[in-house]
Design a protein around this ligand. Structure first.
Ligand code: 26Q
Length: 786
């Protein structure tokens, strides 16, 4: 028994709740175990080596549920289970603890995986973000429609965090000043040697209570100042592409960027005074997309105004300090702000943007770029401030998140900048942490791997290649199949608990889980399911292996089409799941409130990973990697990291289909979806279900609008701008091919194994080392996590 841990838990329970382990409830135990484990992690961690430190500025950190992963990394899972069991409790009681959902999707989850990898490998990386009161909304379905509910993630407290009131800073806006109060969360590396910090800022009124106003009988002024301050960190914007033009969003971005830069400058000046010559030797700041880009003018402003540096000197320090990661290629998703709004909210920053823009135009002139050509670079153009341009100009590194994505940045999205600064551009293919996504999420496969090759893979995922020779034997393939079946059963139980829906674990599990977006083409998946359904009914599709088609996705609350697609898929489920002809062959399930915890059940159970975005639209994807690591085949397009997945696992072990980026580039101007629709009766039939009475959208007109988006387009886009009808038949064919191949379970399982054995590249340990070495100029403290 781990006595240190037990007595720690007992003490917290006694101090905080006056209870014993036996008499405590789940909430109290959650709090006490977390606090005791956090305290031990601080106590046992090695001292930080002096040297350069990197800071990851991100508006989102989608860390998920912390208790299991932290106990796992500390090596305390079985100790805790033992302590709990001796007192009539169980670790599984904490399944009811909610995720920390302080992010939308890929970008926020990537930040969380990076923190885990850096801490595991002794890399000095601190996270800086916002402590939203409410995280990403919770989703329920009512009559097949998405309904949103507030995510009160602190309902069971926030026992992992420590409020650091003494480190609070002021953040000034044109019309208000607020206090940024940091909450520190320990980021515990695997093995517990390194504990880094995720510092999340909470916005509060400067005077938590304005007695002056209160005494002058202006009680409402005192209250409204508080409300206005707290509003800034109240909610995460639930839109994961664009939601610009909102004053509150600019305030959020400046709020955490300014607080973080002030924090870094405070730390630096504590040892170096106001000599900033070593600043960029000691701090690297990585900007997670454009959301924290105002940190650039903020640093320049602070150096110039508080420390009397000249503008050029301050600029040069900023350029050497900042690096920028881009996560999207779609032009409409590149962050822009109305200059008029910006100047009202951040007058003191606007001034520096003008100065930087002036410096840019001087530089361009020096390189012989003027007139129309120069305009495409302007930071302020047509009364809009272009944040990506600011980021590229005042940084020393610009990276994409998968090879194909970086190529698109260089040759298309940011091509004029690439022409100017070819050496700034580099690729850092995304990754995922093997601790959460394999070791913790898939205990069955993990024990199997460890039994065969030892547990070194947990911190060195390339070691999985050692299974190559081992797992080829038929008896071993059968063990893999047993493990997959076990994980399917586990998922079935979870889905039954969460949704009240029964699934058979003998089915093929075909899963698409990701945010709902037109470019991710959940609608194409839905059409393909209908295509198969009609084929089975008509007798043209025979010997179909029973398949559960599983979806999980949240739609941004204001994204009308995405919500229409959810309703459409739920309608398809109602039809197919109750049809006696197909009941034994097909099931369609849209799980509600898809989140990190759900993904931990879904990814280990999948046979088929749906990665079907239009080529050239998904920057990387990371869900694709989670499936690969857990031994699923990818049914996907050559988009984002799918390209590298197919390369690593072998294209023959995946199902790649559809138009490539070059194909789409070639046909874009002449593409005519109406012709495809008119000439292919099978396509026409599935598309027409939107409007022919097969399904009901309850009179909302949503389905009509979806059909029009494909055949008529809209004021802002051409018909079928994500090429669903172009790729639909090749997609259905690839899907049916995978279904046929599954008849030979051994052969299919070999493909699955080829995927997880070759997934080493997609560990975020590899990714974070590349950031550390190639961008930040850091050397990792340790090589191993233990
Ligand atoms: C911007 C302005 C206002 C409000 C919200 C936003 C906003 C918020 C979140 C814009 C974008 C996001 C998130 C983007 C995102 O998750 N991108 C994904 O990043 C992953 C990690 O690199 C990639 O794998 C995915 O391909 C990419 O879509």
């Amino acid at each position: 028994m781990n006595e240190q841990l037990r007595s720690g838990i007992e003490q917290v329970l006694l101090f905080d709740f006056g209870r014993t382990i036996k008499s405590a409830d789940t909430r109290m135990l959650y709090s006490a175990i977390s606090k005791a484990a956090a305290a031990l992690s601080y106590k046992n961690a090695e001292e930080k080596p002096a040297g350069k430190k990197a800071c990851y500025l991100s508006a989102e950190f989608l860390v998920g549920r912390l208790i299991y992963s932290n106990l796992f990394n500390l090596g305390f899972l079985s100790d805790t289970e033992e302590i709990l069991a001796a007192n009539g409790h169980s670790l599984s009681d904490f399944e009811e603890i909610e995720d920390d959902a302080l992010g939308n999707g890929g970008l926020g989850r990537l930040a969380a995986c990076f923190l885990d990898s850096a801490a595991t490998h002794g890399i000095a990386l601190g996270g800086y973000g916002i402590r939203y009161k409410y995280g990403l909304f919770k989703q329920k379905f009512e009559n097949g429609f998405q309904k949103e509910y507030a995510d009160d993630w602190q309902a069971f407290g926030d026992p992992w965090s420590v409020r650091r009131e003494e480190l609070s800073v002021k953040v000034r806006f044109g019309d208000q000043t607020v206090l940024a109060v940091p909450y520190d969360m320990p980021i515990i590396g695997y093995g517990g040697k390194t504990v880094n910090t995720l510092r999340l800022w909470q916005s509060e009124a400067e005077n938590s209570f304005d007695f002056d106003s209160f005494n002058k009988n202006k009680r409402s002024d005192a209250v409204s100042e508080r409300i206005r301050a707290e509003e800034i960190s109240a909610t995460l914007y639930p839109n994961d592409e664009t939601d610009y033009g909102k004053a509150l969003r600019i305030k959020q971005e400046y709020f955490f960027s300014s607080a973080s830069i002030q924090d870094i400058v405070r730390e630096y000046t504590a040892t170096h005074g106001s000599d900033f010559s070593r600043f960029s030797d000691l701090y690297a700041v990585q900007l997670n997309d454009t959301h924290p880009v105002v940190a650039i003018p903020e640093l320049i402003r602070i150096l110039a105004e508080d420390y009397d540096l000249g503008f050029d000197e301050a600029f040069e320090i900023a350029r050497k300090t900042f690096a920028y990661t881009n996560h999207t290629v779609m032009a409409e998703a590149l962050e822009k702000w109305y200059a008029g709004l910006f100047v009202t909210v951040l007058p003191q920053i606007y001034k520096y943007i003008i100065l930087i823009d002036y410096k840019l135009s001087t530089y361009l002139r020096g390189r012989g770029i003027r007139g129309k050509e120069a305009k495409q670079y302007a930071l302020i153009s047509e009364n809009m401030i272009h944040m990506a341009r600011l980021a590229v100009f005042v940084s020393h590194s610009v990276n994409g998140v998968a090879e194909i994505h970086t190529e698109i940045l260089k040759n298309d999205a940011l091509k004029e900048w690439y022409a100017l600064y070819p050496d700034k551009f580099n690729n850092k293919t995304n990754g995922i942490t093997p601790r959460r996504w394999l070791a913790l999420a898939n205990p069955a496969l993990s024990s199997y791997i460890t039994e065969k090759i030892g547990d070194g893979w947990i911190t060195d995922l390339e070691k999985l290649k050692q299974l190559e020779g081992i797992i080829s034997a038929p008896s071993e393939i059968n063990r893999f199949i047993e493990i997959k079946n076990h994980n399917k059963q586990r998922l079935c139980d979870y889905i039954e608990k969460m949704e009240g829906i029964k699934l058979g674990s003998n089915f093929i599990f075909d899963i698409q889980i990701k945010r709902l977006h037109e470019y991710k083409r959940q609608l194409m998946n839905a059409f393909s399911i209908l295509y198969i359904y009609f084929g089975i009914k008509d007798g043209t599709i025979k010997n179909f292996n029973p398949t559960a088609f599983i979806f999980g996705a949240k739609a941004a609350p204001g994204y009308y089409r995405a919500k229409g697609i959810i309703k459409f898929i739920n309608e398809i489920g109602n039809l197919i799941n109750s049809d006696k002809d197909t009941k034994e062959l097909m099931k369609v399930v849209f799980v509600s409130n898809y989140n990190v915890t759900y993904a931990e059940y879904l990814t280990p159970a999948a046979d088929i990973s749906e990665q079907i975005s239009t080529a050239g639209t998904e920057a990387s994807g990371t869900g694709n990697m989670k499936f690969m690591v857990n031994g699923a085949v990818t049914l996907g397009t050559l988009d984002g990291a799918n390209v590298e997945i197919a390369e690593q696992a072998g294209e023959e072990n995946n199902y790649i289909f559809g138009a490539r980026v070059e194909d789409i580039g070639r046909i874009a101007d002449s593409y005519n979806p109406v012709e495809i629709y008119e000439n292919n009766p099978l396509i026409k039939r599935v598309v027409d279900t939107l409007t022919d009475g097969t399904f009901s959208d309850e009179g909302t007109g949503m389905f009509e609008e979806l059909k029009a988006s494909l055949l008529k387009g809209a004021s802002w886009h051409k018909p079928d701008n994500y090429y669903i009808l172009l790729d639909l038949i090749p997609y259905c064919e690839a899907r049916l091919r995978a279904n046929r191949d599954y008849s030979d379970r051994t052969a299919f399982a070999r493909k699955c194994c080829a995927n997880f054995i070759n997934s080493g590249k997609f560990s975020s340990d590899r990714t974070i080392r590349q950031y550390a070495e190639e961008i930040w100029g850091l050397t990792s403290g340790t090589d191993e996590g233990n």
